[in-house]
Design a protein around this ligand. Structure first.
Ligand code: AMP
Length: 222
Protein backbone atom coordinates (compact mmCIF):
# COMPACT_ATOMS: atom_id res chain seq x y z
CA UNK A 1 0.00 0.00 0.00
CA UNK A 2 1.38 3.42 -0.95
CA UNK A 3 0.61 6.06 1.66
CA UNK A 4 1.33 9.78 1.60
CA UNK A 5 1.56 11.93 4.71
CA UNK A 6 0.16 15.41 4.17
CA UNK A 7 0.00 18.30 6.65
CA UNK A 8 1.93 21.40 7.62
CA UNK A 9 5.31 21.17 9.31
CA UNK A 10 5.07 20.18 12.93
CA UNK A 11 1.74 18.33 12.64
CA UNK A 12 3.47 15.02 13.35
CA UNK A 13 3.76 13.48 9.87
CA UNK A 14 7.08 11.85 10.74
CA UNK A 15 5.70 10.42 13.99
CA UNK A 16 2.61 8.93 12.34
CA UNK A 17 4.65 7.61 9.40
CA UNK A 18 7.18 6.05 11.79
CA UNK A 19 4.52 4.18 13.78
CA UNK A 20 2.76 2.88 10.64
CA UNK A 21 6.10 1.86 9.16
CA UNK A 22 6.99 -0.11 12.29
CA UNK A 23 3.63 -1.89 12.36
CA UNK A 24 3.28 -2.66 8.65
CA UNK A 25 6.94 -3.11 7.69
CA UNK A 26 6.76 -0.59 4.85
CA UNK A 27 9.65 1.89 4.66
CA UNK A 28 9.12 5.51 5.67
CA UNK A 29 10.62 7.64 2.93
CA UNK A 30 11.25 11.20 4.02
CA UNK A 31 12.75 13.57 1.45
CA UNK A 32 13.72 15.91 4.31
CA UNK A 33 15.68 13.06 5.97
CA UNK A 34 17.41 12.20 2.68
CA UNK A 35 18.45 15.84 2.28
CA UNK A 36 19.60 16.16 5.92
CA UNK A 37 21.72 13.00 5.60
CA UNK A 38 23.40 14.44 2.51
CA UNK A 39 23.91 17.79 4.24
CA UNK A 40 25.60 16.15 7.22
CA UNK A 41 27.81 14.08 4.89
CA UNK A 42 28.58 17.24 2.87
CA UNK A 43 27.80 15.53 -0.45
CA UNK A 44 27.30 17.60 -3.60
CA UNK A 45 23.54 17.09 -3.26
CA UNK A 46 23.73 18.13 0.39
CA UNK A 47 25.51 21.39 -0.37
CA UNK A 48 22.94 22.34 -3.04
CA UNK A 49 19.96 21.23 -0.90
CA UNK A 50 21.23 23.17 2.11
CA UNK A 51 21.23 26.42 0.14
CA UNK A 52 17.43 26.08 -0.20
CA UNK A 53 16.55 24.35 3.08
CA UNK A 54 18.41 26.77 5.36
CA UNK A 55 16.24 29.60 3.98
CA UNK A 56 13.04 27.58 4.36
CA UNK A 57 12.63 27.22 0.57
CA UNK A 58 11.73 24.09 -1.40
CA UNK A 59 14.49 22.16 -3.14
CA UNK A 60 13.77 22.29 -6.92
CA UNK A 61 11.89 19.40 -8.56
CA UNK A 62 14.78 18.59 -10.94
CA UNK A 63 16.70 17.53 -7.83
CA UNK A 64 13.90 16.14 -5.65
CA UNK A 65 11.87 14.03 -8.10
CA UNK A 66 14.75 11.80 -9.36
CA UNK A 67 15.77 11.10 -5.74
CA UNK A 68 12.26 9.86 -4.92
CA UNK A 69 12.04 7.85 -8.16
CA UNK A 70 15.31 6.08 -7.37
CA UNK A 71 14.26 5.37 -3.77
CA UNK A 72 10.88 3.96 -4.85
CA UNK A 73 12.66 1.51 -7.18
CA UNK A 74 14.55 -0.07 -4.28
CA UNK A 75 13.62 -3.58 -3.23
CA UNK A 76 12.15 -2.73 0.18
CA UNK A 77 9.61 -0.39 -1.43
CA UNK A 78 7.88 -3.03 -3.51
CA UNK A 79 5.07 -3.91 -1.07
CA UNK A 80 4.34 -0.38 0.03
CA UNK A 81 5.82 2.87 1.28
CA UNK A 82 4.92 5.79 3.50
CA UNK A 83 6.02 9.00 1.85
CA UNK A 84 6.67 11.78 4.32
CA UNK A 85 7.39 15.22 2.84
CA UNK A 86 6.78 14.27 -0.79
CA UNK A 87 4.85 15.35 -2.82
CA UNK A 88 4.78 18.97 -1.72
CA UNK A 89 3.35 20.53 -4.90
CA UNK A 90 0.74 19.55 -7.50
CA UNK A 91 3.59 19.16 -10.03
CA UNK A 92 5.33 16.66 -7.70
CA UNK A 93 2.04 14.80 -7.15
CA UNK A 94 1.56 14.45 -10.91
CA UNK A 95 5.13 13.19 -11.28
CA UNK A 96 4.54 10.69 -8.48
CA UNK A 97 1.42 9.37 -10.25
CA UNK A 98 3.53 8.86 -13.38
CA UNK A 99 6.34 7.12 -11.50
CA UNK A 100 3.90 4.75 -9.76
CA UNK A 101 1.82 4.13 -12.93
CA UNK A 102 4.97 2.98 -14.76
CA UNK A 103 5.07 0.00 -12.40
CA UNK A 104 1.30 -0.50 -12.20
CA UNK A 105 0.91 1.20 -8.81
CA UNK A 106 -0.95 4.20 -7.42
CA UNK A 107 -1.37 6.32 -4.32
CA UNK A 108 -3.75 4.30 -2.12
CA UNK A 109 -4.16 6.54 0.91
CA UNK A 110 -3.34 10.15 1.83
CA UNK A 111 -3.33 10.97 5.54
CA UNK A 112 -3.85 14.69 5.96
CA UNK A 113 -2.92 15.92 9.45
CA UNK A 114 -4.42 19.13 10.77
CA UNK A 115 -3.15 20.92 13.92
CA UNK A 116 -3.99 24.40 15.32
CA UNK A 117 -1.28 26.91 14.32
CA UNK A 118 -0.27 27.82 17.92
CA UNK A 119 0.40 24.15 18.61
CA UNK A 120 2.40 23.80 15.37
CA UNK A 121 4.85 26.57 16.27
CA UNK A 122 5.25 25.17 19.80
CA UNK A 123 5.92 21.68 18.39
CA UNK A 124 8.55 22.92 15.96
CA UNK A 125 10.37 24.70 18.77
CA UNK A 126 10.23 21.63 21.04
CA UNK A 127 11.08 19.04 18.35
CA UNK A 128 14.38 17.16 18.76
CA UNK A 129 15.90 14.74 16.27
CA UNK A 130 18.46 11.97 16.64
CA UNK A 131 21.86 12.98 15.23
CA UNK A 132 22.49 9.42 14.05
CA UNK A 133 21.42 9.56 10.41
CA UNK A 134 20.76 5.81 10.33
CA UNK A 135 18.26 6.20 13.21
CA UNK A 136 16.62 9.60 12.69
CA UNK A 137 14.11 9.11 15.53
CA UNK A 138 12.17 12.23 16.45
CA UNK A 139 11.11 13.40 19.90
CA UNK A 140 9.32 16.30 21.45
CA UNK A 141 10.58 17.67 24.74
CA UNK A 142 6.98 18.10 25.95
CA UNK A 143 4.76 15.57 24.17
CA UNK A 144 7.15 12.69 23.52
CA UNK A 145 10.37 13.23 25.51
CA UNK A 146 13.25 10.75 25.44
CA UNK A 147 13.78 8.68 28.62
CA UNK A 148 17.11 10.45 29.24
CA UNK A 149 17.19 14.12 28.33
CA UNK A 150 19.13 14.82 25.12
CA UNK A 151 19.76 11.12 24.35
CA UNK A 152 17.98 8.93 21.78
CA UNK A 153 16.02 6.01 23.36
CA UNK A 154 16.60 3.85 20.31
CA UNK A 155 20.33 4.20 19.61
CA UNK A 156 21.86 6.29 22.42
CA UNK A 157 23.11 9.06 20.12
CA UNK A 158 22.73 12.72 21.16
CA UNK A 159 19.57 14.56 20.12
CA UNK A 160 19.58 18.02 18.57
CA UNK A 161 17.24 20.70 17.37
CA UNK A 162 16.90 20.95 13.59
CA UNK A 163 18.57 24.12 12.23
CA UNK A 164 15.41 25.10 10.34
CA UNK A 165 13.36 24.74 13.56
CA UNK A 166 15.51 27.32 15.39
CA UNK A 167 14.85 30.27 13.15
CA UNK A 168 11.35 31.81 13.52
CA UNK A 169 11.69 33.43 10.09
CA UNK A 170 12.39 30.07 8.42
CA UNK A 171 9.48 28.51 10.36
CA UNK A 172 7.07 31.15 9.10
CA UNK A 173 8.41 30.87 5.56
CA UNK A 174 7.81 27.10 5.62
CA UNK A 175 4.25 27.55 6.91
CA UNK A 176 3.52 30.11 4.17
CA UNK A 177 4.99 27.80 1.54
CA UNK A 178 2.82 24.98 2.85
CA UNK A 179 -0.34 27.10 2.46
CA UNK A 180 0.62 28.31 -0.98
CA UNK A 181 2.15 25.23 -2.62
CA UNK A 182 1.22 22.13 -0.65
CA UNK A 183 -2.30 22.72 0.67
CA UNK A 184 -3.80 22.50 -2.88
CA UNK A 185 -2.88 18.80 -2.69
CA UNK A 186 -5.72 18.32 -0.20
CA UNK A 187 -8.28 19.00 -2.94
CA UNK A 188 -6.20 17.08 -5.52
CA UNK A 189 -6.34 13.89 -3.45
CA UNK A 190 -9.92 14.49 -2.26
CA UNK A 191 -10.99 14.40 -5.92
CA UNK A 192 -9.23 11.05 -6.26
CA UNK A 193 -11.16 9.69 -3.26
CA UNK A 194 -8.06 8.74 -1.24
CA UNK A 195 -7.97 11.54 1.35
CA UNK A 196 -8.28 10.85 5.08
CA UNK A 197 -8.14 13.97 7.27
CA UNK A 198 -7.22 13.64 10.96
CA UNK A 199 -6.90 16.32 13.63
CA UNK A 200 -3.78 16.00 15.76
CA UNK A 201 -3.98 18.19 18.82
CA UNK A 202 -3.23 18.10 22.53
CA UNK A 203 -6.39 20.17 23.03
CA UNK A 204 -8.56 17.16 22.04
CA UNK A 205 -6.08 14.57 23.33
CA UNK A 206 -5.66 13.05 19.86
CA UNK A 207 -1.99 12.66 18.98
CA UNK A 208 0.09 11.05 16.25
CA UNK A 209 0.16 7.66 17.94
CA UNK A 210 -3.67 7.62 18.09
CA UNK A 211 -3.92 8.40 14.37
CA UNK A 212 -1.36 5.71 13.52
CA UNK A 213 -3.20 3.11 15.63
CA UNK A 214 -6.52 3.92 13.95
CA UNK A 215 -5.04 3.79 10.46
CA UNK A 216 -3.24 0.49 11.10
CA UNK A 217 -6.46 -1.00 12.52
CA UNK A 218 -8.36 0.06 9.38
CA UNK A 219 -5.67 -1.26 7.02
CA UNK A 220 -5.77 -4.61 8.79
CA UNK A 221 -9.57 -4.51 8.68
CA UNK A 222 -10.20 -4.89 12.41
P1 AMP B 1 10.90 18.22 6.09
O1 AMP B 1 11.80 17.37 6.92
O2 AMP B 1 9.88 17.40 5.33
O3 AMP B 1 10.28 19.36 6.87
O4 AMP B 1 11.82 18.88 4.97
C1 AMP B 1 12.85 19.79 5.31
C2 AMP B 1 13.15 20.68 4.12
O5 AMP B 1 13.62 19.88 3.00
C3 AMP B 1 11.95 21.44 3.56
O6 AMP B 1 11.69 22.65 4.28
C4 AMP B 1 12.38 21.69 2.12
O7 AMP B 1 13.32 22.74 2.06
C5 AMP B 1 13.12 20.40 1.77
N1 AMP B 1 12.21 19.40 1.17
C6 AMP B 1 11.75 18.25 1.75
N2 AMP B 1 10.91 17.59 0.93
C7 AMP B 1 10.82 18.34 -0.20
C8 AMP B 1 10.09 18.22 -1.41
N3 AMP B 1 9.24 17.19 -1.63
N4 AMP B 1 10.26 19.18 -2.36
C9 AMP B 1 11.09 20.22 -2.15
N5 AMP B 1 11.80 20.42 -1.02
C10 AMP B 1 11.66 19.50 -0.05
Amino acid sequence: MNIIMLGAQGTGKGTVAGFISQEMGWPQISTGDIFRKNISEKTELGIIADSYISKGNLVPDEITVPIVKKRLAEDDAKNGVILDGFPRTIAQAEKLDEILAEVGKKVDLVINLVTPKEEIIERMLTRRVCTNQECKATYNTKLHPPKVEGICDKCGAPLKQRDDDKDPEAINRRLELYEEKTSPLIEFYKQKGVLRTETVSVAINHLGKDVADEVVRDIRGN
